[in-house]
Design a protein around this ligand. Sequence first.
Ligand code: DX5
Ligand code: ZN
Length: 224
Amino acid sequence: MSEVKIAPSIVSADLSRLADEVRACEAAGAQMIHIDIMDGQFVPAITIGAPIVEAIRRTTDLTLDVHLMVVEPEKQVERFIEAGGDIINVHWEAATHVHRIVREVQQRGRRAGVCLNPGTSEGVLDALLPDLDQVMVMAVNPGASGQPFIASVLSKVERLRKAIDEGGYRAEIEIDGGVTLDNAPRCVAAGTDVLVAASAVFNDRASIGDNIRSLQESVAALQA
Ligand code: DX5
Ligand code: ZN
């Protein structure tokens, strides 16, 4: 198994010091920065938009993993590509022509991901899986950080892992929501490649760096 990647979600960062927070993630060895875009329609909350992605792009060379929790994502992807997103993830539940969006993202030289809500079966991706760069399995219902992990999604991760490995596909599996030191090993054992974490990185009493290193250590034994 290749090294598990940690993707701190800046939704829980101190936005008044965003550049410092991103640099702290980078210094601690995070491989990606996860950026939650909420539009007040697909989910009730509104977070940030493309100008902030652009600002983060100027701060770091880490992979920017853009999670679009928006309705009609086809109208937004180009903006976030322009802003510097490396992986553009759209929700299967929000996209009518999801295959077209995936193609458009890839034709622009970026990686394309599809996100599945906890209530959505991985079976909906059967026809898409060969073409995806990432599958994001939501372990909370999208809309807020700090929610408890829904453990039943682990069997979905296992089934996706099997389908990707047996098919020889390139898609990486990312798990998003409720990831903690306690459940990170179970996520990785089920076949997760990327762990997204907001609260576990930014809200604990330890420093950002210590929290990221603890997450890495919690799964290190599983990668040996
Ligand atoms: C949920 C977001 C997640 C979330 C992660 O809607 O997509 O990225 O904020 O937060 P934690 O890690 O606190 O569950
Ligand atoms: Zn997210």
